[in-house]
Design a protein around this ligand. Sequence first.
Ligand SMILES: C[S@@+](CC[C@H](N)C(=O)[O-])C[C@H]1O[C@@H](n2cnc3c(N)ncnc32)[C@H](O)[C@@H]1O
Length: 261
Amino acid sequence: MIQKEIRMSNGIVPGNYQNLHLANIWGEFIDWEKRRKGENGFLVRALQEYGAKTVLEASLGDGCDSIYLIKQGFDVTSNELDSVFRETAIENARKENVDLKITTLDWRALDAQFSNNHFDAVILLGNSITYLFTKQDQLAALRQFKKILKLDGVLIIDERNYQYILDHRNEIAAGKFEYSGKYVYCGERVHARPIEIHDDSVIFEYRHQETGERGTLTMYPFKRGELRQRLRESGFVSIQQFSDYKEGENGKADFYQYVCQ
Ligand SMILES: C[S@@+](CC[C@H](N)C(=O)[O-])C[C@H]1O[C@@H](n2cnc3c(N)ncnc32)[C@H](O)[C@@H]1O
C-alpha cells in the first residue's frame, strides 16, 4: 500500500490545518449520497420552516451542500477561505451543471463584504466551527453570523459529539472508536479517527482505505453544552438542538445540529 501524505498547498487557516490538505479525499470522506440519506431532508425542512430563501453556506468545502441547496431552489452564496477546497467545489459544480456564487472571507470578518440583515439563513455544517480554538474567535464568528442574518433569520450549525471522545479517550486509544458512519461523514473508503485527544485539542487522522493516503486535522473539542453557551452569548435566543437530526440531546449521537434564531 502506498503511504502518501496529503500536503496542503496553502495553509491559510491560522493554526488549524497544520499544512495538511484533505480536499482531495473529502468527497470520499463525505459520500454525498449517504450524507443526504442520513439527514433525510432535515436541512431543507429547517430552512423552509423559517421561510429562508437567501442562504450563506459559510464553509463550502467541496460543494456538497451548496450544490444540493441550489438544486432545491435556494439562492445560495458559498463562502470558502481555502483555495484548494474552492477549486474542488467549482469543479464539482461544473460537473453538476450548477453555478456557485463564491466569497472568500474569514468567518470573523464577514461584514467586510455583507451588510447587516443580509441573509435569511446562514449554515455552518460538517463540524466546521471546531476550526476555531479560542472562545474569543468562536464568539467573533458567531456574532458575525448573527450580524449578517436578518432579524428573523436562522443559523444552522453542527458539531461532532466531542464529549464522547473526551470521555472515552482510553478506549479510543486502544482502537475502540465508536462511530456509526451514517451521518455527515459517511464514506467507506476514507475513515477518520482521533489519534490524539487532549482537553483543548483533538487530532483526527483521515486515511484512504485503498490508497493509503492520509491527512490529519487538529480541532477544538467543544465540551457538552459549550457551543450552545457560545450561541447564547453571541445573541441567539431560540436554540433548538438535534442529535443526528433527531430533536433532543442524545449522548450517543455522532453529531449535534442546532437551529438558532
Ligand atoms: C470541516 S470543513 C467542512 C466543509 C463542508 N461544510 C462540509 O460539510 O463538508 C470546514 C471548512 O471550513 C473552512 N474554514 C475553516 N476556518 C475558516 C474560517 N476562519 N473562515 C472561513 N472558512 C473557514 C475550511 O477551509 C474548510 O473548508
